[in-house]
Design a protein around this ligand. Structure first.
Ligand code: NAD
Ligand code: MG
Length: 383
């Protein structure tokens, strides 16, 4: 039996993770489950899985959580310190599935316990980069990528030497707007942006998918996870989302990982690693799918991947600034305050406005994140 913590248990990745645990109850004991504010859903999950502790990040929801857990024997806690404490309880496996840089501190606390970190929370790695990887090495933690592309690359690299890699190619669906003209993009609505053609995901990553910032963040994520050099990382648009990414070796062999567009597959790969476990996903029917197509990304309509590549090249604090500015811009777009095409424009403006020094610790990263958010918010209100 292994212990499990899910940071962000009430989200899309959290639900997919707990669906797999539900099917294998005998193999897992749940330590901590966390949520932002949905106390009712969190309490329901904590009771179902017999968690030790349930944590709401927004403390104003703690009384509701306490009420909902009354008599269960499950500890209820709330606020940022309790969230970090949940990570620090140290489970055998921690699924980091909070959205945004908000997941960084609890994920770092889990890393410090030295277990397996199944990382979905890409914004944390993008923002903290070297700081997070240094902590992983220092504490002997095992970082397993859950993001489908990185999980695919991880699988394609198994048994090989990164020195033999010619290219790592991240596939991108291109999102719901991949064929839209610029004029149409300027008028895109939040409802249209969150309607992803292939994947069912949280609102923030759905918008990132539509702007291609998701692929930009993933490029930075890959740069940290697979140190082959930025010039060996490329992106290709693959609308069917069947090939989840590829690695080409110097002998001309390309290995790809294929699977259904269902996050339970990469989550299962991380939960069972280095073994395999069953998932309820339908087998891949390539004859039914019929065609797999590929095309070059268009960085004129979708500047996000260019901005991310430049941020990765600059290194230091720049990826954290890019991430924070994007988080604020996405929230402003979802709130109806800025247009779709303003998201990338605003990120570029924040990036161009200053150059903070490279962060050397978690608190440095959080400071960079906070300052970049403040600058991005000013741009929203002045738009
Ligand atoms: P989601 O919005 O569905 O869920 C986010 C979770 O984080 C929820 O449990 C929410 O309560 C919690 N949360 C939100 N804000 C918080 C805060 N400020 N403090 C503490 N907790 C907070 O998001 P998701 O789609 O499940 O994505 C989670 C992460 O996984 C993101 O980083 C995303 O990029 C990544 N990811 C998701 C998918 C996917 O298919 N959904 C695929 C790859 C990677
Ligand atoms: Mg992905």
């Amino acid at each position: 039996m292994r212990t499990l913590t899910v940071l962000g248990a009430t989200g899309s990745i959290g639900a997919s993770t707990l669906d797999l645990i539900r099917r294998n109850r005998g193999d897992w004991r749940v330590t901590a489950l966390t949520a932002h504010s949905n106390a009712a859903e969190l309490a329901r999950l904590a009771r179902e899985f017999g968690a030790e502790v349930a944590v709401v990040a927004d403390e104003t929801h703690l009384p509701a959580l306490r009420d909902a857990l009354a008599g269960s024997g499950i500890e209820a806690a709330g606020g940022p310190a309790a969230l970090v404490e949940a990570g620090a309880r140290g489970a055998d496996v921690t699924v980091a599935a909070i959205v945004g840089c908000a997941g960084l501190a609890p994920t770092m606390a889990a890393i410090e316990q030295g277990g397996v970190i199944a990382l979905a929370n890409k914004e944390a790695l993008v923002s903290a980069g070297e700081v997070m990887l240094a902590a992983v090495a220092r504490h002997g933690a095992t970082l397993l990528p859950v993001d489908s592309e990185h999980n695919a690359i991880f699988q394609c690299l198994c048994g090989n030497d990164t020195a033999d890699v010619r290219w790592i190619t991240l596939t991108a669906s291109g999102g719901p707007f991949r064929d839209w003209s610029w004029d149409r993009l300027t008028a895109a609505t939040p409802a249209e942006a969150v309607r992803h053609p292939n994947w069912d995901m949280g609102a923030k990553i759905s918008v990132d998918s539509a702007t291609m910032f998701n692929k930009g963040l993933e490029l930075i994520e890959a740069h940290h996870l697979f140190p082959v050099g930025l010039d060996r990382l490329r992106i290709i648009v693959h609308p069917q989302s069947v090939v989840h990414s590829m690695v080409e070796y110097r002998d001309g062999s390309t290995l790809a990982q294929l699977g259904p567009s269902d996050m339970r597959v990469p989550i299962a790969s991380a939960l069972a690693w280095p073994r395999r476990m069953d998932t309820p996903c339908a087998p891949l029917d390539l004859a039914e799918i019929g065609e797999l197509t590929f095309r070059k990304p268009d960085e004129v309509r979708f500047p996000a991947t260019r901005l991310a590549r430049e941020a990765a090249q600059a290194g230091g604090a720049v990826p954290a600034v890019l991430n924070a500015a994007n988080e604020i811009a996405v929230a402003a777009f979802l709130g109806g305050q800025i247009s779709f095409t303003r998201i990338a424009a605003q990120v570029e403006d924040v990036l161009g406005s200053y150059a903070p020094p490279a962060p050397g610790s978690l608190s440095d990263v959080l400071e960079v994140d906070g300052e970049a958010r403040a600058r991005a918010r000013l741009l929203v209100t002045s738009t």
